[in-house]
Design a protein around this ligand. Structure first.
Ligand code: PLP
Length: 396
């Protein structure tokens, strides 16, 4: 009798997006060896600014603590150290959300928990994701054998799909500010989703990985919406906020009010984490704590402002060229319509061949992304300016 594998893995579609981008770049480089150095990458979703000094100092200090018998620490609490949970609790107070420490679970980043959360959900969950979509939501649900339905979006709803009767689902993934579209739900729109979920007993899985880019009165957290604690789990990350993409730290909020079948999901998640996870590295959690220090906050704001300025350079160019886009104002992503009626990939090729600029074809994020293109603000200011200057030459 042979062991059975999880056959749902065989149903996964090969993710060809980034490998196809890499292949086309390689081909271009082979044909243009003398120009290879001119390539500007505006497609990456990774940050480029280094960790803030306050974070680095805190991690050095924590590392030296670990090297001395009197301050050494072994296994920490699976759900994270109180010193960091307390800081996150305080951060939420800043936008009027009151959380209990035990509702906050420190993670090694949002991606892991976005996948792991399915451990505590029903076996045959019906799932709603938006299209275009951050592919992790889709693939993790395919792996779990769940059925997936797509809420289509486009210019008619500014890439912010709203609830519809036929969108009823057990789990609803919302990402705001959105990757890839940069679009942000306002309070009224988010309230409509929260009400929709509450009325049907659905659970919203709210990805706020880019909340640090939000300005003005737009919500940073789903819990700013009345009733959301009974209907939503929130996933957040230090990756984009503080440059932790390679350092790895985030948090997941599971409110005690969230119950299904009379069971608190908070208890299930605690049980899941204490069984399958041994916590985030002490040194990294001390680094994350420094994100909330006065010095840390200042340094982080400088980095975010740097990316915001890049986004402004991109959107200003698009405004001048009269090209439709979403994002860029409260997000490091700008989602532009491919000009001249080009498909996503045809625009990719033109931008690469004629401007030596690389972006991400929208079609790679779902069929509603066809005809659109994602640019990111994570490049350097000099490169962002130069990329936009070159892009404008296409229109002459
Ligand atoms: N959620 C979204 C929408 C993302 O775009 C990303 C990373 O790009 C993540 C989550 C993953 O974040 P982390 O680095 O915390 O795993």
């Amino acid at each position: 009798m042979a062991a059975e594998i999880n056959k749902h893995y065989l149903e996964l579609k090969e993710s060809y997006l980034f490998s196809e981008i890499a292949r086309r770049i390689r081909e271009w480089q082979a044909e243009n060896p003398d120009r290879a150095g001119e390539l500007i990458r505006m497609g990456i979703g990774d940050v480029t600014r280094p960790l803030p000094g306050a974070v680095v100092d805190a991690m050095i200090h924590a590392a030296s603590e670990m090297g001395r018998a009197e301050s050494f620490r072994g296994y920490g609490p699976e759900q994270g150290y109180d010193f960091l949970r307390e800081k996150i609790r305080g951060y939420y107070e800043g936008f009027g959300v009151s959380l209990k420490e035990q509702e906050i679970f420190i993670s090694d980043g949002a991606k892991s928990d976005l996948g792991n959360i399915l451990d505590i959900m029903g076996e045959k969950s019906r799932v709603l994701v938006t299209d275009p979509v951050y592919p992790v939501y889709v693939d993790t649900n395919v792996m779990a054998g769940h059925s997936i339905r797509y809420a289509l979006s486009g210019e008619e709803n500014d890439f912010l799909p709203m609830p519809r009767e036929d969108y009823a689902a057990d789990l609803i993934y919302l990402c705001s500010p959105n990757n890839p579209t940069g679009a942000v739900y306002d309070r009224a729109q988010l309230s409509a989703w929260v009400d929709f979920a509450r009325e049907r007993g659905s659970i919203i899985l709210f990805d706020s990985a880019y909340e640090c880019f939000v300005t003005g009165d737009l919500p940073h957290s789903v819990y700013e919406i009345e009733g959301a604690k009974e209907a939503a789990i929130e996933f957040c990350s230090f990756s984009k906020k503080a440059g932790f993409t390679g350092t790895r730290c985030g948090y997941t909020v599971v409110p005690e009010e969230l119950k299904r079948d009379n069971v608190m999901l908070n208890r299930l998640w605690l049980r899941r984490q204490t069984t399958k996870f041994n916590g985030v590295c002490y040194i990294v959690q001390r680094g994350a704590e420094a994100v909330f220090s006065e010095e840390g906050k200042k340094q982080i704001e400088e980095n975010i402002s740097y990316y915001r300025e890049n986004a402004r350079i991109i959107t200003e160019t698009l405004d001048r060229l009269g090209i439709y886009y979403t994002g860029g104002k409260n997000s490091p992503y700008v989602w532009m319509k491919a000009p001249f009626g080009l498909s996503s990939w045809d625009f990719f090729d033109r931008l690469l061949n004629e401007c030596r600029v690389v972006g991400t074809p929208g079609e790679g994020f779902g069929k509603s992304g066809e005809g659109y293109f994602r640019l990111t603000a994570f490049s350097t200011k000099e490169n962002t300016k130069e990329a936009m200057r070159r892009m404008e030459t296409l229109f002459r």
